[in-house]
Design a protein around this ligand. Structure first.
Ligand code: CTP
Length: 443
């Protein structure tokens, strides 16, 4: 007897009756059923970042039905054709909501659309959950991106914007959202806030928000003083609130993969991490609301250093050039570790190549500019034939994933796996040294 092999794909978030019925009928089409569960990153490219459950949880739901003879993960565009060939598939099937979309596969096997079960979907189940109302705080152009990206994340809604200067907000946002200069009124409308105001205001704004029982997502550096950060963390803990660092790069897939590869020894021992971030900006006129180089770029440039080499360096030196007492147009920081070194260069008034290079005893990782929002990097070795290139589609500069991680943290009180508290604290320590001119050389 010839075995008929069937394959089907889906997200299977919050597993429901419609999924069960689909799998039963898919199984009945043949003798052997393979279920492809869509990975988080692949889902992202379809705009479905909103899966409430992790990939492992979703695989587990499918496994529990006992209907799948084999479960695979769908990770990339075009994988279906590869799978059909590799597993020698006879029938490809999905629900009728996809009718016509997969006709192109009929070149490789039979395509069957099964009637979708009426009246139930993961989207509806997710929508029944409580919506997290996020209020935005600040004057930055990033607010426009945050609003846009929040629309891709299920279960969050922007409740309004508190700002001292709305000139950077798009006309559309000004029209559609409540813009206020009354901080308390924004807090009253919100369950959580996203803070991207000038770093000198973070501490007092976060303090007020936590005291009103609001969760906080804050642009790095969270504060400019270590004691202040500790006080905020204690308060958040006491009140059972989330206080999360929103350093965007930490939430980019390509970036987190390269950190993993470096840590897993793919380039041998990491001996040097060198990161440069610059964005030339007119640093004349009024600088009171403008982020200086160390605040605007320092946290991002420190991220790979602290994630790959740890936060326990022996020595550091900060060298900065200033245009005003607290405004550096360029800073260079060197860190010395027991068996490694690191350096960063950041500038708002100086331009350079924004690359990241991680040097190891066997090879190096090269990330082209702008590395902080990269989708691409290379592992390079003495013998170029050994070189490897990696590409991971980046949606929304990491902001989309960051909002999702924050919303999940609020819901489940889970810890942040992308960026741990030690790193945010080490960043704040460097800020404090900069502002107190400790280990600082002015040029
Ligand atoms: N499906 C179905 N009946 C439903 C819901 C889903 O037959 N009521 C099928 C889909 O057509 C697909 C499979 O189950 O073949 C997996 O669907 P998935 O996209 O994971 O579930 P949905 O509930 O459709 O998710 P969403 O609401 O996020 O689109």
């Amino acid at each position: 007897m010839i075995m008929v092999k069937v394959i089907t794909y889906g997200t299977y978030d919050l597993f429901h009756y419609g999924h069960q019925r689909l799998l039963e009928r898919a199984k009945a089409l043949g003798d052997y059923l393979i279920v492809g569960v869509t990975s988080d990153s692949f889902d992202l490219t379809r705009g479905k970042i909103n899966a409430q459950q992790s990939l492992m949880e979703r695989i587990e739901s499918v496994r529990r039905t006992g209907l799948a003879d084999e479960i695979i993960v769908e990770e990339y565009e075009g994988q279906k054709i590869d799978d059909i060939r590799r597993y020698d598939i006879d029938i490809f099937t999905v629900g009728s909501d996809w009718r016509g979309k997969f006709d192109y596969l009929s070149e490789f096997c039979k395509v069957v659309y099964l009637d979708r079960t009426e009246g139930i979907s993961s989207s509806e189940l997710r929508a029944e959950k409580r919506v997290l109302r996020i209020g935005l705080v600040g004057e930055s152009i990033v607010l426009n991106k945050f609003v846009r990206e929040s629309q891709y994340v299920n279960g969050v809604k922007i409740s309004g914007i508190y700002t001292l200067d709305s000139s950077k907000l798009s006309d559309k946002i000004k029209k559609e959202y409540c813009i206020t200069s009354d901080y308390d009124s924004l807090l009253d409308l919100s369950d959580a806030i996203y803070v991207v105001s000038h770093p000198s205001r973070h501490y007092s704004q976060i303090m007020v928000a936590l005291n009103k029982d609001k969760h906080v997502l804050c642009e790095s550096p969270i504060t400019l003083d270590y004691q202040e950060l500790s006080r905020l963390r204690e308060l958040a803990k006491k009140r059972n609130l989330i206080l999360m660092d929103s350093l965007k790069t930490a939430y980019c897939t390509a970036y987190s993969r390269l950190v993993l590869l470096a840590k897993s020894g793919r380039i041998g021992d990491v001996v040097s991490v060198d990161a440069t971030c610059t964005s030339l900006q007119n640093v004349g006129a009024d600088l009171s609301n403008v982020w200086n180089s160390i605040c605007a770029w320092g946290p991002t440039a420190m991220l790979p250093i602290f994630q790959m080499l740890g936060t326990n360096y022996d020595k550091k030196q900060i060298i900065s050039r200033f245009v005003e007492p607290d405004f550096d147009i360029f800073s260079k920081i060197s860190f010395v570790y027991p068996h490694a070194v690191a350096s960063l260069k950041v500038g708002k008034g100086v331009k350079s190549e924004g690359e990241l290079i991680v040097s190891g005893t066997n090879g190096y990782i090269y990330v082209p500019a702008p590395w902080w929002k990269t989708d691409y990097f290379e592992l390079r070795y003495e013998n170029p034939l050994d070189n490897r290139r990696y590409f991971y589609q980046l949606e929304g500069e990491g902001i989309r994933m960051m909002i999702l991680v924050f919303a999940k943290a609020v819901e489940h009180h889970s810890s942040n796996k992308y960026l741990n508290d030690d790193i945010s604290a080490a960043i704040v320590s460097v800020m404090q040294d900069f502002y107190s001119a400790n280990q600082l050389i002015k040029i």
